[in-house]
Design a protein around this ligand. Structure first.
Ligand code: ZN
Length: 82
């Protein structure tokens, strides 16, 4: 279940809520359903890069290239000359 940040347009309260596809988010402070989903939960770029690198390392260890683009894959396979 994804967790989202919301901003209540009734009382200006910011809150997080776990939301299923069928649930309508409600403000825990005033109970209003007039809330906006905010996009503040973006991981810092450095962290994303670190995750990407560790995923690639894991993929390398397993001998596949799922985390590479087709172009990068071709380059790698060329370099290996198996
Ligand atoms: Zn509210």
């Amino acid at each position: 279940m994804p967790m989202f940040d919301f901003h209540c347009s009734q009382c200006a309260n910011d809150f997080e809520q776990l939301v299923r596809a069928s649930t309508v988010p409600t403000c825990p402070q005033c109970g209003s359903t007039t809330v906006d989903k905010t996009l503040s939960r973006i991981a810092p770029a450095g962290k994303i890069e670190a995750i990407r690198i560790s995923n690639r390392k894991a993929a390398d260890a397993q001998g596949h290239f799922n985390h590479y683009t087709p172009g990068e894959r071709a380059k790698l396979l060329k370099g290996k000359r198996v």
